[in-house]
Write a protein that binds this ligand. Structure first.
Ligand code: PRP
Length: 173
């Protein structure tokens, strides 16, 4: 069944934004080696597009976490996949597709920070500030969006739609 949806961001708009972010990151990290940590699964398309546009030496690793909201401002998460490379002393940039409550990113940042990276920042394509439950600093944000359910460019609805090149809002009945 085809779900009702409304276009939000075209592939062209996303491509332009990814290029802008890549230029900022390349300038900010000039002279340093980056370790990108892509948060699976949603960031896989964004991370692969972004890293191909970076001009600084970059390696990539992956993390996967499932967060649970316990109270309004507290959560915990289970790690389903951890990075293989040590992050101690590295310049680490966490790559997310979307920050919603912030719980997943908070858990990931806390986990990585405990290993004493040289620096630790977050880059997200989308940000839903209206949904935030925990404070989290986002160094690079592509687009701030309203509190709507989005699909495409890595993001799914019941595991479908990740391969769409554009981003849509899923509409209720
Ligand atoms: C999404 C997204 C973030 C997280 C953001 O992942 O990729 O990791 O949710 O939500 P939060 O800010 O409320 O924690 P999801 O759990 O849908 O898994 P997926 O990336 O594998 O689809």
């Amino acid at each position: 069944m085809e779900l009702k949806k409304r276009p939000l961001l075209t592939a062209g708009q996303i491509r332009k934004k990814v290029e802008e972010i890549a230029q900022r990151i390349s300038a900010d990290y000039a002279g340093r080696d980056l370790l990108l940590i892509a948060v699976l699964k949603g960031s896989l398309i964004f991370a692969s597009d972004l890293m191909r546009r970076l001009t600084v030496p970059s390696s990539v690793d992956f993390i996967r976490a499932r967060s649970y909201c316990q109270t309004h401002s507290q959560g915990r998460c289970d790690f389903l996949l951890l990075p293989e490379q040590p992050v101690t002393g590295r310049h680490v940039l966490v790559i997310e597709d979307i920050i919603d409550t912030g719980l997943t990113a908070r858990c990931i940042v806390d986990y990585l920070a405990a290993q004493n990276p040289a620096s630790l920042e977050i880059c997200t394509l989308l940000d839903k500030p209206a949904r935030r439950n925990v404070q989290i600093h986002l160094r690079y944000v592509g687009f701030a969006i309203d509190n709507e359910f989005v699909v495409g460019y890595g993001m799914d609805y019941e595991e479908q739609g990740r391969n769409r090149p554009d981003i849509h809002v899923l509409l209720g009945d």
